[in-house]
Design a protein around this ligand. Structure first.
Ligand code: MN
Length: 194
């Protein structure tokens, strides 16, 4: 059986994240950008050593176009699956909350570090909250389609700072987009990744 990469199913409507992420952005970002990465990847892996591999293996190991497209599919799946409709506020709980306090001192300090990483990343890429094998947390900037799996880390939370993620809603105001993202994070999803 060859691997077929499919689109993730969103648990919220196209309007549910507005005004943090507007309907038009979601339409292009999820419906066009991610769909293109998924289509590219399915075409690229035919007849290669990755034809039967998992998405995680491709994203962690493959070089060149397969690695780039697999990284972008993995990263966007994590990004779009971590949001809850505006107004459904949650907060880190249990083991994740403990690990955040242990690794950063406080939730606010973690947010400040993640915000800074996303704001100062030069060019296109992703800011991450990651966990290592011992459950220690860290913040990282990764360019283009790079992802924590390539560095032996588990991805928990990610902010897409490619311009296509925010330009329709915020134009050049990347910092406003990043600050607003905190309002729609589903911490139950992030906790389940930990
Ligand atoms: Mn994107």
């Amino acid at each position: 059986m060859s691997t077929v990469i499919s689109m993730p199913k969103l648990r919220y409507s196209e309007e549910a994240l507005a005004p943090v992420i507007g309907k038009e952005t979601l339409g292009f970002h999820f419906g066009k950008h991610l769909q293109t990465y998924v289509n590219n990847l399915n075409n690229l892996i035919v007849g290669t050593e990755y034809a039967d591999a998992t998405l995680e293996t491709m994203a962690a190991k493959a070089d060149g176009a397969i690695g780039n497209n697999a990284g972008q599919v993995l990263n966007h799946n994590l990004y779009f699956e971590q949001f809850a409709p505006v107004g459904q506020k949650s907060a880190p709980a249990g083991k994740l909350a403990e690990a955040i306090d242990k690794s950063f001192g406080s939730f606010d300090e973690m947010k400040a570090k993640m915000t800074a990483a996303a704001s100062t990343l030069f060019g296109s890429g992703w800011a991450w909250l990651c966990a290592d094998a011992e459950g220690r947390l860290s913040i990282a900037q990764m360019p283009n389609a790079d992802n924590p799996l390539r560095h032996g880390l588990r991805p928990l939370l990610t902010f897409d700072v490619w311009e296509h993620a925010y330009y329709l809603d915020y134009q050049n105001r990347r910092a406003d987009y990043i600050n607003a993202l905190w309002d729609i994070i589903d911490w139950n999803v992030v906790g389940s990744r930990f």
